[in-house]
Design a protein around this ligand. Structure first.
Ligand SMILES: Cc1ncc(COP(=O)(O)O)c(C=O)c1O
Ligand SMILES: N[C@@H](CCOP(=O)(O)O)C(=O)O
Length: 463
């Protein structure tokens, strides 16, 4: 498999190099040159397979020739062996039509672990014996940071610099990052928003001098390997609910458009998906783009679902390029300059064939949390509740099962859950003594100069 940039001017790369590169050198995002597909029979054969075996069959077309089937199986066995549920991502029934796919049984209690546990192992494998040193730069609104840090803390040949918006992540999210005291982990709280952090990270990739001096790579969903690993659970859930004979819909709480783009990839590979429901909070740029074609940024409003307080959704570019059937360099440059753009008719129509969207405010989110608990005893976190609220409002035939992706454990957002439901979420054993542990992080202004100077002082330059 070879990968090309959404902006059309970066070299084609294989899986190993695309994983180590993160962002493409022309500022675009890497996508496969063509979509691999699974036949109806191959999809039917996934029924009853373990998560690891499903992962091997779904991801194998993307990793050759850099990884063999046995190597991929070995990495998946290690990655998913760290999950606390035997099913890795169990499916829970809420009523006759609604299901929850619990993606939060990994080490840091959010869906990010599904991809990042694997990505940490991929980095280690691809670096082995090379003498290279990786400098990971990442931006987080709370969950990617802790999952990435858990995946690479203490690994030789890797430093991780993680930027989070100061005061805008939950206490559990912050502590999951800042109490990891391994010397290769560097947490930076920036005086700004997640969008500022993400823009700084992209600017570091686009600075040839900086990116050349350190071998900079990404753990955000701009890294193709992140999305590839997330495609797996769409297949895993859908075959349990009747695919390929029966189409299934998914409701996805959405911020950076990575998780839902993985669903789009699953559909491209042949999985019969009736609808992908994009659920946003009041930071609703994606809902506006999909419902009216207007992709224009506003100011970010802090919400009880902080991981989705995002205006500029990196992976939307991957969708726009796929729907255009051509590089979108000009369209994206126009957006970067004006912070606004209109989708073309082809992009709007193409998206409308599979996607629906909804904007969920605080009342609807709280109502979904209460419904989940009274209906099925499920204590939902605010992000998952946004997905469920959109799922329940979606216009779908009654015989189509709808799976809401439950993207985080409620204990990560205990105060918001308690406010909505009166319930204090149960604290998983994995949280342990998090609140007693020592924290370490630095606070920096959200400027390119301040962040790059900080990293340059601590990172290992390329030999
Ligand atoms: C708990 C949670 N739910 C949903 C999302 C949105 O996912 P995505 O950014 O892939 O759209 C995030 C952050 O990315 C998250 O941390
Ligand atoms: N919600 C995310 C934001 C970053 O998204 P990513 O999927 O691109 O890493 C977070 O929790 O950090």
């Amino acid at each position: 498999m070879r990968y090309q940039s959404t902006r059309g001017a970066a070299p084609l790369l294989g899986f190993r190099d695309v994983t180590l590169a993160g962002l493409a050198s022309d500022g675009g995002l890497y996508v496969p040159e063509s979509w691999p597909s699974l036949t109806r029979e191959q999809i039917a054969d996934l029924a009853g397979l373990s998560y690891v075996e499903t992962a091997v069959r779904v991801m194998l077309p993307f990793v050759g020739p850099d990884l063999s089937e046995d190597e991929l199986r070995d990495l998946c066995t290690q990655a998913y062996g760290r999950f606390s549920h035997a099913a890795v991502t169990p499916l829970v029934q809420l009523d006759h039509q609604h299901w929850l796919l619990e993606l939060f049984h990994g080490p840091t209690l959010a869906f990010k672990d599904v991809a990042l546990q694997l990505l940490g192992l991929l980095f280690e494998k691809f670096l082995a014996g090379s003498g290279d040193h990786l400098t990971i730069v990442g931006a987080t609104s709370g969950d990617t940071g802790s999952a990435a840090i858990d995946a690479v803390a203490g690994r030789a040949g890797i430093d991780i610099f993680m930027l989070h918006p100061k005061g805008r992540v939950s206490e559990v999210q912050r502590r999951q990052m800042t109490t990891v005291l391994a010397p290769n982990v560097h947490n930076i709280a920036i005086e700004g928003s997640f969008d500022d952090a993400q823009a700084l990270v992209k600017a570091m990739f686009n600075d040839a001098d900086f990116a050349g001096r350190f071998q900079v790579t990404a753990v955000n969903s701009i890294n193709w390997a992140r999305l590839m690993a997330q495609v797996v659970y769409y297949f895993y859930a859908a075959v349990r609910l009747g695919a390929p004979d029966k189409p299934v819909a998914f409701a996805v709480p959405t911020g950076n458009f990575g998780d839902v783009f993985a669903g789009y990839v699953a559909a491209k590979m042949g999985l019969p998906i009736a609808r992908l429901i994009v659920a946003t909070n009041v930071n609703d740029i994606l809902h506006r783009a999909l419902s009216t074609g207007d992709y224009s940024t506003g100011t970010v409003t802090p919400t009880a679902a902080p991981s989705m307080d995002i205006q500029v959704s990196s992976n939307f570019e991957r969708l726009l390029a796929d729907l255009a059937g051509a590089p979108v360099a000009d369209q994206m440059r126009g957006f970067e300059a004006a912070r606004a753009m209109q989708l073309t008719n082809a992009q709007r129509d193409g998206a409308a064939a599979l996607f629906a969207s909804d904007r969920i405010d605080a009342d609807a989110m709280n109502e979904a949390m209460r419904w989940g608990f009274t209906q099925a005893g499920e204590v939902l976190d605010p992000h998952s509740a946004i997905g469920l609220a959109a799922a329940r409002r979606a216009d779908l035939p009654a015989d189509v099962p709808v799976v809401t992706l439950a993207t985080a454990h409620s204990a990560k957002f205990a105060e918001a859950v308690e406010r909505a439901t009166g319930l204090r979420p149960p604290v998983p054993a994995r949280v342990g003594d998090l609140h007693e542990r020592q924290e370490r992080y630095d606070v920096l202004p959200a400027t390119f100069e301040a962040i790059t100077a900080y990293i340059a002082e601590r990172a290992t330059p390329r030999q």
